[in-house]
Design a binder for this molecule. Structure first.
Ligand code: NAI
Ligand code: A1CAB
Length: 287
């Protein structure tokens, strides 16, 4: 994923508690890179960042792009103060087996993994290791992310504040009880994909109506941006915003009727339940 290392704040502008700490991103695929690029954009010094990568060519690519050091997992765990776990949930157990036994005291572990409870990490790490679970999303790449943060075992207010400091520069943050994280994953973690699917379907429908694809694309993308900005800034409930578009016996009412007939609400509810259930299943299957 792209994400240029463009400082957004000067170093002294931010009240860094954190930059005295070194962060290691263990597993730098899509989300690991999003986190790495976000920290750099927010002014995090590159010499306080480490990354690990399973594939050497991926490590070389990111090192060249961002100027950060690539190290092994055990070295990252030894040198960094904060370990951001960016591997797939299915790969987390193996990673923890590798770093767990030698993990020095005092490290903060921040898991990005969907589904995995903090207890999964605590059980594989030395007693007393603080663990935080976050669920962020890909719009963090453009500083419009949504990150939900939960304290796990041994995580204090200070640890939560550190996690907030990591993710606030790339969007909004909210604290939630860990029991809500699977629902959060279904809503905002996976949420961007639902919007992209909707946009794709609307563009295809525009083409069916005879519009050139680039025109349909521009119409829908700008309509999505405008609607999202209204949702955030207009101070109105979505129902009110929808009513304002819907003229009596007009075009919008005709379209909304079809969306209801085709079960859009029921589909959304079933989809989010499936995502929540899949998060639980991932946790149950993790070894
Ligand atoms: N993609 C998304 O939108 C979101 C993903 N997440 C979570 O973020 C995590 C990463 O997801 P993605 O970035 O999408 O997956 P990804 O597959 O793009 O990245 C995972 C990376 O971890 C590396 N890796 C695996 N085992 C490793 C090891 N032992 N040492 C070093 N590197 C290792 C892989 O080579 C890969 O580059 C997952 O746990 C996922 O649940 C959370 C929120 C959103
Ligand atoms: O699809 C997934 O499992 C990950 C977690 C949330 C978004 N992507």
């Amino acid at each position: 994923m792209p994400g240029a290392a463009r400082p957004r704040h000067s170093f002294c502008e931010r009240s860094f508690a954190l930059t005295k700490h070194t962060v290691a991103v263990l597993g730098t695929g899509k989300m690991g890179e999003v986190v790495l690029a976000g920290l750099l954009r927010s002014g995090w010094p590159a010499d306080r960042l480490l990354i690990t990568a399973r594939r050497p060519e991926r490590g070389a690519e990111l090192s060249g792009k961002y100027g950060v050091a690539v190290v092994g997992n055990v070295e990252a765990a030894a040198r960094a103060d904060i370990l951001a776990i960016g591997v797939k949930p299915q790969d987390a157990g193996k990673l923890l087996d590798e770093i767990g036994p030698a993990l020095p005291a005092g490290k903060l572990v921040v898991s990005l993994c969907a589904g995995l409870p903090t207890g999964f990490f605590a059980a594989r790490l030395p007693e007393g290791t603080p663990v935080i679970r976050v669920m962020t999303n890909t719009p963090a790449l453009v500083d419009q992310g949504m990150t939900a943060i939960s304290a796990g075992p041994h995580a204090t207010e200070e640890h939560l504040a550190l996690a907030e400091e990591m993710f606030r520069p790339v969007g909004s943050t909210v604290r939630v009880p860990e029991s809500q994280q699977d629902a959060v994953t279904a809503l905002s973690g996976s949420g961007p994909a639902y919007f992209y699917l909707l946009v794709e379907a609307m563009i295809d429908a525009g083409v069916l109506l005879g519009l050139p694809r680039p025109v349909a694309h521009e119409l829908i993308v700008q309509t999505a941006i405008g609607s999202a900005t209204m949702l955030r800034d207009a101070g109105e409930h979505p129902v009110k915003l929808r009513e304002a578009v819907t003229s009596p016996a007009g075009t919008t009412a005709a379209a909304l009727r079809q969306l209801e007939i085709h079960g859009v609400r029921a589909a959304m509810s079933a989809a989010l339940e499936a995502a929540r259930d899949r998060a639980r299943e991932i946790a149950a299957q993790a070894v």
